[in-house]
Design a protein around this ligand. Structure first.
Ligand SMILES: [Zn+2]
Length: 177
């Protein structure tokens, strides 16, 4: 807390539960009330302090404490490190596979723009990727799993025999994902 005050930082309290309980517990409510009341007394940094519960290495519950002793649940955590990630606490879900990374940086998590290049197909005449027909279903499912308004821009794919099928696979996977 001293360090947070000196560095004008906020205080973030992190712990996990041995029994794997993913949410803040009744015990947390009691203890954090005291802890964050102390934090607001000792740390003069303007803003909020917060607490996170971790499960399996990712946050499963988070809340911000306010100076008046109330707290508010966090819905989304953005991790800015060697790469961006978004963790959606409500759905208990971490997503943004690597290939979404650039889109997320460019557009934020509200809209997904997919530049759909299907020259990743294994029998594409100009590229050396190894994706089979079924892989495009999985790809579509992953994109659909993001549950975001999505715009596909058709970009390429040069195996004209396979192109209709792999395009349909992406879209079918998307709709079922
Ligand atoms: Zn706890």
């Amino acid at each position: 807390m001293k360090k947070a005050d000196r560095q004008k930082s906020c205080f973030l309290f992190v712990h996990s539960h041995p029994d794997g309980f993913p949410d803040h517990s009744g015990q947390d409510d009691l203890e954090e009330r005291k802890l964050f009341s102390t934090a607001f007394n000792r740390i003069r940094t303007a803003g909020v302090h917060a607490s996170l519960i971790f499960m399996n290495g990712v946050p499963s519950s988070g809340r911000a404490w306010l100076e008046d002793g109330s707290h508010a649940s966090l819905e989304r955590i953005r991790i800015i490190g060697d790469r961006f990630r978004f963790i959606f606490l409500r759905q208990q879900q971490v997503f943004i596979p690597d290939f979404f990374d650039r889109q997320v940086r460019a557009f934020g998590p509200d809209v997904l723009l997919v530049s759909l290049g299907l020259d990743t197909f294994e029998a594409d005449p100009i590229s050396k990727f190894r994706l089979g027909t079924e892989d495009f279903l999985r790809l579509g499912e992953l994109i659909g799993g993001a549950r975001l308004p999505t715009l596909f821009v058709f970009e390429g794919g040069y195996n004209l025999t396979a192109l209709p099928q792999i395009t349909v696979n992406v879209l079918e996977g998307f709709e079922s994902g």
